[in-house]
Design a protein around this ligand. Structure first.
Ligand SMILES: O=C(O)[C@H](O)COP(=O)(O)O
Ligand SMILES: [Mg+2]
Length: 484
């Protein structure tokens, strides 16, 4: 018996163990349908396992197969239900690694459920012994499936209208220290930041309801600060109230209290899980609330290039699941992120139609079918001295968040916020006047600092701080291959 699909029914369905290719999970001449879910996996087969067999195994284990032939396949439309590995190629400059393309028929998935989609695509298959490692690099979700998800509760366009803020990135800050402040002191930090010119303040990912500050205290003091800052500045302000909790009931209770107090935004952490995220998105939609998503925990499975799930896939799932803000990397800050790869994440948050873009790690075209847009958030170790790079990398439709880079300002929190607002406004003005931000950005900052003491102090304190480390996850295609 060879390594290709066995078509003789008696041989194919006799009890025993067959190769996945023999069972029909490797179909090199398969033409993907417009309605198929397409996945690109990076696989590292064990020694002695042929790449096509490994690709077929991935297709099998993530769809209908098990390790042995089961006659019950014949009670189903198994020929169409089987996922099909249809292409397998060595990864450039990565010995032992292969890209495997797999197509899944739409019938394999429940509508509107990321939990269901992920249970197939990243279910058992990542622990499968014939593979040393596997990574889901990218996914094409077809329009027919996209339309079964509601997506962001508010969306980027409506959020700007509600906030009445246009033509520039929004500005925020994460309250620091991450843990330990009492409600009253916490509220003071919020007020200072908002009064100084930020649009948003933000709870940190791990602030929930600890002994030093019960969640109700936090919400009360934060909203008192938000209201006062709105009154003195005349601008709409918000503070992401983190409602992450141990149960859905507790999260609904906290979100309900945030709404009662007049908050425009609540926040959850990625660690609450797909079903909880979709439930909270439903709640936000019903209650006209912006939903901020902190991607806490993602680095445990997105960061290493040879194993896990790329953040671009997580970002696509989160846009469908429904969040309005999503932490998507900074490139220049303290957290992992190659600039082009991070731009790829931003693009899938905001695209109407995602085009294949290999240098940015985007392997498929994908039509978002008018799914609302997510506001990507740059947060993690950024400061005013990087404003030109941030604006150049990410454009206007994003949120720039400076936690330490606001709270740690030598002249105080309000001065930190002023420095960031002035740096941003100066940079947007320069960009709009045609200045080349990368070439002349530092000079724009220096000039603005002549008239703004807080910005000068920020640049003096942090201007030289960089985080220049080798990225663990950059594209395998540094430049787009030439098109003949
Ligand atoms: O949750 C976050 O986004 C980070 O804690 C940001 O903090 P930083 O700006 O001080 O790095
Ligand atoms: Mg944080």
């Amino acid at each position: 018996m060879g390594d290709t699909q066995i078509t003789d029914a008696k041989k194919r369905y006799s009890a025993g163990v067959l190769k996945y290719r023999q069972m029909g999970y490797w179909v090199p001449d398969y033409q993907p349908k417009d309605t198929d879910v397409l996945c690109l996996f990076r696989i590292t087969p064990q020694e002695g396992v042929e790449p096509e067999e490994a690709a077929a195994a991935v297709a099998g284990e993530s769809s209908t197969a098990t390790w042995t032939v089961v006659w019950t396949d014949r009670l189903t439309a198994c020929d169409s239900y089987r996922a099909k590995a249809y292409r397998c190629e060595p990864v450039p400059n990565a010995p032992g690694q292969y890209f495997a393309w797999v197509a899944y028929d739409l019938i394999l998935f429940e509508e509107g459920s990321i939990a269901n989609m992920t249970a197939s695509l990243i279910g058992n298959v990542f622990s499968f012994k014939p593979l040393k490692a596997a990574r889901l690099e990218d996914i094409r979700i077809p329009v027919a499936y996209v339309k079964t998800f509601k997506g962001p509760p508010t969306g980027l366009v409506v959020e700007r209208e509600r906030l009445d803020k246009f033509g520039r990135p929004l500005l925020g800050a994460t309250t620091k220290p991450k843990l330990g402040l009492s409600g009253r002191n916490y509220g003071r930090v919020i007020y200072e930041g908002l009064k100084g010119g930020l649009d948003f303040m933000k709870d940190d990912e791990n602030i929930n309801s600890q002994p030093f500050m019960h969640w109700r205290d936090r919400f009360l003091y934060v909203m008192d600060a938000v209201n006062k800052a709105q009154a003195v500045t005349g601008e709409v302000k918000g503070s992401y109230l983190n409602v992450t909790a141990g149960t859905m009931e507790a999260m609904y209770e906290r979100a309900g209290f945030a709404r009662e107090l007049g908050s425009v935004v609540v926040m959850v952490d990625l660690v609450i899980g797909w079903t909880a995220i979709q439930s909270m998105a439903e709640w936000c939609r019903r209650n006209d609330m912006v939903m901020h998503m902190h991607r806490a925990g993602h680095g445990t499975y997105t960061r290493q290039k040879n194993h896990g799930v790329s953040f671009r896939v997580i970002a696509k799932w989160l846009r469908l699941a429904g969040c309005d803000h999503l932490h998507a990397g900074t490139a220049v800050g303290k957290l992992e992120g190659d600039p082009l790869t991070v731009q790829g994440y931003y693009n899938v948050c905001r695209d109407s139609y995602t085009k294949t873009d290999l240098p940015r790690g985007l392997y498929f075209d994908m039509d978002w079918a008018d799914t609302k847009k997510v506001m990507p958030v740059a947060s993690g170790g950024i400061h005013a001295g990087q404003m030109h790079q941030l604006l150049d990398l990410f454009g206007d439709d994003c949120i720039l968040q400076f936690g330490g880079g606001t709270i740690g300002h030598p002249q105080g929190i309000q001065a930190g916020a002023v420095a960031n607002r002035v740096a941003l406004e100066a940079m947007v003005k320069a960009r709009n006047e045609g200045v080349d931000l990368l070439l002349e950005g530092p000079e724009v900052l220096r000039k603005a600092a002549q008239w703004c003491g807080p910005l000068k102090a920020a640049l003096d304190t942090w201007g030289d701080v960089t985080f220049n480390y080798q990225s663990t996850d950059s594209s395998d295609y540094a430049v787009t291959p030439a098109v003949a």
